[in-house]
Ligand binder design. Structure first.
Ligand SMILES: [Zn+2]
Ligand SMILES: [Zn+2]
Length: 314
């Protein structure tokens, strides 16, 4: 195995010495896994073997303890006919408890449909029956509960959006219904950006907090030709994570997994139990520019679980 050294904590250490000082990858892997929703009744593939990497080998098994299942969502291209048991996005139709189309509580515009996910698709992640419906007022950014309709509903009645002003970032999103499909679940570890955002607010402890913190650390590894190769720990980790995550192309959104934060980690606290809520859904759907709508839920206590919470990034 090639020898790797870091310039860290005021000294040049080899990887083995550094790992002896920081035997854990993160202090509490269970606390990180608790940030991510776990599906029920969904057949998960076996956890892949961790990729080999001279830099990260001391922690390769520990790194898998925070891997979480995730299902990528894909936005289809062509128009589809919306159905009560279908998964679809955009357009002027949704299946709701009544035929009333929700309006923005602030500006009274009829909300724009982001997506409706079929009970069969979202059920394993919700742990309860119902379709997930997300509507949004793109005129009232960044959005609040009164400018958004985010519910688990019985998809009973066809509701149609009345013609009227729209403000979505996607030109076709208010005219055409597009299908949403889901890929099989795969195991994912978060990327280095997720760690950096998380580490801004919380000391995760362990080697990850040092190697993936605000300051990138340059590691030197003796290459096969005897020459030293330098690599930054952020890039090296992302390469490792990409190899582990290889099965999952990135979609237009995803069920479960760690949120793809664009700006910072804004995981909401549960209004009932105050714990960080579990990440349920990322959705871009060509409506949120480079960002996404991140949806969270919590069912840790009987008082939790009534509300879905969201954070919008543009
Ligand atoms: Zn509005
Ligand atoms: Zn809670």
């Amino acid at each position: 195995m090639a020898r790797t050294t870091f310039e860290v904590e005021g000294a040049r250490l080899d990887a083995a010495t550094f790992a002896a000082r920081h035997p854990a990858w993160v202090r509490d892997p269970a606390a990180l896994r608790a940030l991510v929703r776990t599906p029920r009744g969904l057949a998960l593939p076996p956890l892949p073997a961790p990729p080999r990497d001279a830099l990260f080998d001391p922690w390769r098994d520990a790194m898998l303890a925070i891997a979480a299942p995730r299902q990528e969502l894909k936005l289809g291209s062509g128009p589809v006919k919306p159905k009560p048991d279908g998964s679809f996005a955009h357009g002027t139709a949704a299946f709701l408890p009544s035929s009333h189309w929700p309006v923005c509580g602030r500006c009274s515009t009829h909300l724009e449909l982001c997506l409706q996910l079929a009970p069969s698709m979202v059920g394993p992640w919700l742990h309860r029956p119902g379709a997930l419906v997300l509507m949004y007022c793109f005129a009232c950014l960044p959005g609040s509960p009164e400018t958004t309709y985010l519910r688990i509903v019985e998809p009973r009645t066809l509701a149609t959006r009345p013609a009227g002003p729209t403000a979505s970032s996607s030109h076709t999103s208010t005219t055409q219904t597009r299908g949403v499909t889901v890929l099989p679940p795969s195991w994912r570890v978060p990327d280095s950006m997720w760690f950096r955002y998380r580490l801004d607010g919380e000391d995760l402890g362990g080697a990850a907090a040092v190697l993936l913190g605000r300051e990138e650390i340059v590691a030197e590894t003796e290459g096969e030709d005897g020459e030293d190769e330098e690599v930054g720990t952020f890039d090296a980790y992302d390469e490792w994570a990409e190899r582990f995550n290889a099965r999952g192309r990135r979609g237009d959104g995803a069920l479960g997994g760690y949120p793809n934060w664009e700006q910072d980690d804004a995981t909401p606290a549960c209004p009932a139990c105050r714990a960080p809520m579990e990440h349920l859904l990322d959705w871009n759907g060509e409506q949120f520019l480079d960002g996404a709508l991140h949806v969270f839920m919590c069912e840790r206590t009987p008082a939790c679980g009534k509300e879905l919470e969201f954070v919008a990034e543009f």
